[in-house]
Ligand binder design. Structure first.
Ligand SMILES: NC(=O)c1ccc[n+]([C@@H]2O[C@H](COP(=O)([O-])OP(=O)(O)OC[C@H]3O[C@@H](n4cnc5c(N)ncnc54)[C@H](OP(=O)(O)O)[C@@H]3O)[C@@H](O)[C@H]2O)c1
Length: 244
């Protein structure tokens, strides 16, 4: 699955799934524009372009697109991997937290799509949105996150229809629980981390968490020409969680 002539933007490139996506794209020879909120990206190659900033800020997204365009001219693939989760019972959720969850998962993705679709070449391009199993099924205390990730799925489907005449494909990867540092840290905050892990694994048909690399495999497939006739699709990478 060579990506030697491909320029890709990866958001949320600093950790977890984003890091795994970057190393898959590097392995396949892609040129990378990376973004995250931290000032530095330790894993970046000298030839990678890393632009730190907040994707909720339209002026930043515009400047990110400008830097990508000035460096590479066009951008063939965009992986919308950034996102955040605030867990809370619905009646206790602060409005600011609700807005942050909706902005950081959904509206920021709209901004990136708005400013990067014009950079895709006349032959087309590919967006891959990282949603969640919780974009397809509800869960107690994750109501706003589910609403945002479900909204991201519909943002992708609508854009897939609107941009099909330009051969810009828009697809979604919907990971289940994935062994990233943020999830490991959430286990460690529990009084019995190992019991929590076993309980979560027991809810998954394949009886284990995904690895970030398994999610990145699906992202790479949807970003590449190997999925050239797939658009508007949602690919669960969740060990069967949403198969019920
Ligand atoms: N891990 C799982 O079990 C799981 C399951 C389903 C879906 N997902 C989704 O998969 C994606 C990656 O998850 P992960 O576990 O690898 O999480 P992560 O380590 O927390 O990575 C998410 C990244 O998004 C960035 N980000 C958040 N809000 C942003 C904003 N407003 N502007 C710019 N960057 C922003 C964060 O940057 P900073 O670190 O600088 O804040 C972080 O690097 C997320 O969209 C998540 O919702 C994860």
């Amino acid at each position: 699955m060579r990506l030697e002539k491909v320029t890709a933007l990866v958001t949320g490139a600093n950790s977890g799934i984003g890091q795994a996506v970057c190393s898959h794209f590097r392995r396949e020879g892609a040129r990378l524009v990376l973004t995250g909120r931290r000032e530095q990206l330790d894993s970046a190659r000298p030839e990678d372009v890393y632009v730190p900033g907040d994707l909720n800020d339209e002026a930043f997204v515009e400047s990110l697109a400008r830097q990508a365009s000035e460096t590479f001219g066009t951008v063939d693939a965009v992986v919308l991997n950034h996102g955040l989760q605030v867990s809370s019972p619905l009646t206790e959720m602060a409005y600011d937290d609700a807005k942050n969850v909706l902005h950081s998962n959904l509206l920021s993705s709209f901004l990136v799509m708005k400013h990067f679709a014009p950079l895709m070449p006349a032959t087309g391009g590919s967006f891959v949105c990282v949603s969640s199993r919780l974009g397809m099924v509800g869960k107690s205390e994750e109501v706003l996150y589910s609403a945002a990730k479900g909204g991201l799925i519909m943002l992708a489907k609508g854009a897939a229809i609107e941009w099909a005449p330009r051969n810009i494909r828009v697809n979604v990867v919907a990971p289940g629980l994935t062994a990233t540092p943020v999830i490991e840290a959430s286990f460690q905050r529990r009084s019995d981390p190992e019991a929590t892990r076993r309980q979560r694994e027991g809810q998954i048909p394949l009886q284990r968490l995904a690895t970030p690399e398994e999610v990145a495999d699906a992202v790479l497939f949807l970003a590449s020409s190997e999925s050239s006739y797939i658009t508007g699709a949602v690919l669960p990478v969740d060990g069967g969680y949403t198969a019920f």
